[in-house]
Ligand binder design. Sequence first.
Ligand SMILES: [Zn+2]
Length: 176
Amino acid sequence: MPPLPHPDVPDLISLTDLLMDASMAETVLQTLRWPKGRPTCPHCGGRQCYRLTCLRSGGVRFKCAACRKQYSPRRNTVMERSNVPTGRWLVALALATGTPVAGLPARIERHTGVSYKTAWSMVQRLKASPQDPLLLAMHRAVERGRIDFITTERGFPRPVRRPSGPQATLAQMATT
Ligand SMILES: [Zn+2]
């Protein structure tokens, strides 16, 4: 008998959630970046950290308890040093999953609302990093048709309830 799904875990993340809800996008980003549910310091590999919220951007950063350096979930990914909001990047990653590069900038432009020029530069980053951890994690999530949230004793990352109603999902988008 297959295990029952956890009631708090959404089977699919909707496009609208990612684009409109910045905290949802941050949660998905952290879940994809650290599938075991615990941030890892890119400087020293430390697993103990403090969670910081940037008041200006709303983005989340972590401060390593061992080396005291700060880092973002975007560090060492295609999103590093990009001004494109996290939700739009996540949708672009879903669109890039298992689909040909031809026409991808136009699809990213259409689905996320970024300019064609921005979409094109995002695709260049993706082409340059086929082994990007976020791209690989998104690929696995789309194949499964869901994103697996893990709740730890520290409450990170938190599962987020999906609003009801018909919405484009990542799994659907990957095939459109
Ligand atoms: Zn560290």
